[in-house]
Design a protein around this ligand. Sequence first.
Ligand code: SPV
Ligand code: MG
Length: 544
Amino acid sequence: MTGTKTQKSSLSNPRKLRNLLESPKVEHILEAHNALSASLVEEAGIPGLWASSLTLSCAAGLRDNSELTMSEVLDTLESITAKVQIPILFDGDTGYGQFSHFQQLVRKLCLREVGGVCIEDKVFPKTNSFLRSEGQSLAPVDEFCGKLRAGKDAQSDPDFIVAARTEALITGLDVSEAIDRTERYAEAGADAVLIHSKARTFAQVQEFLSKWSGAVPVICVPTTYYATPMDAFQQAGVSLVIWANHMLRASIGAMQDLANHIGRSGTARDLEDKIVPVKEIFRLQDADGLLEGEKVYLNQGSSTSAVVLAASRGRGLDELTRDKPKAMIPISGTPAIEKMLQSFRAEGIKDISIVRGYMPEALAPAGASFFENPGWEQTGELGSLSAARSALKGDVVIAYGDTIFKRYILQLLLSSDAPITIAVDGSCSFLDSGRSADRVKISGPSPTRYTEEEFVLEQMTENLSDAEADGEWIGMLRTKGEGTERLVEALDEVLALPESEKLDMCAVFERLVARDPQAVRVIYVQGDWIDINSLADVARGGDV
Ligand code: SPV
Ligand code: MG
């Protein structure tokens, strides 16, 4: 699952972090400074997060000198735990004051389901370990042990981790001082100790580990000795490795490159293939999840659903459909199907199913559900409609996926109160054009002035003579409740006919009209739609 966290896993975050610390194998976690970076860490399969004071403060435009306040940092942690399932070990600096402040912090971290906190034995306001480190002062051991005890007493989750970090090596003291301090911290109740070092190799931390009692798991931060293999950490007895700042460092470099390029050249033209597409942002935001949610929770949307028949490749469109189905041909830069989906959504229709056949993998617009008609070449549009049978209930708009239409046509169909309504183009533009059309005979010709008259379908067939034809069906119909049921019945009857694979929607309409001459209401339009076959005849090329 990516994007929005929807389900809690059965283990609490403190338990997950504890499992990492207690795992016999060395584990690693990676820095995150906001919900976005946290979700990228999670997607990479890394089992935990380090919420670093260095990077959280930097991301907030502040120094790593206890400048970020407790409430600011809690807000960020909350947004991270709301987004991801992996646990956070929070870098709690010196605990935000004395023992009582640390207790408040622990309580608030537990409320926000943070896995644990690590505090260091320095004095407030602390400075980052890699900055003027020799001059930094350490907290008195007793006072720090009291703070650790206070933190453990304040936690509301029994698995919550309080880790104790010694800065002894950072400030220039030796390994024995680091051991003395950390043994005391473990006795005071710390669940783990963090031994920090600014040495360029693992040797100093290795020496620490060789003298360590093993009372609690040991954590290290190989920012300076980053080349050490995981095996070496494992062999030396490290339980958890923290990559403490790498996500922020990587993003700073990428952002600087881009900003400098745009600043220098005044254009983003050459950068497109170096930056993620906007749709990657939508993926990370789980934009599709909103559509799913709307289907479940939003009732104010239309109860009408849509079924788009888009399985066929199209007659004579070989060139344009070599690498994509007909519905994906761009019209003014936007795939035809997207235009159709935009129109549906603008009318509140969110439950949209598409029947695919030719190149299904290339027809996957976001937010739609899919039916497959693998036999599209033999079974045609009736096979496709039948494939979407389970979506044919309630109020439904059915449309061919290769049709472009002005939105008012959809609005007219939706406003009809008849059980079955089709849109008919009364302009008869097919006459003398040589193109095939679903010609229709209607109860009256397309009116040239205002009328209250309701029109119904009498006949639909490609073979209607020029004189008999009142127009052509544009490939869109709308059925309501009982009309949808009638349509499905007629479809089943036609599919049961011998050689039904040679039949098309005309046969279904014929059936409906034969049963009830008033069955199919007609709404007349004049032009304002086109199908891609006709469009392609007009303009062949990449973008029609
Ligand atoms: C942090 O990431 O903020 C740390 C580790 O505390 S360090 O920057 O090395 O001090
Ligand atoms: Mg820090």
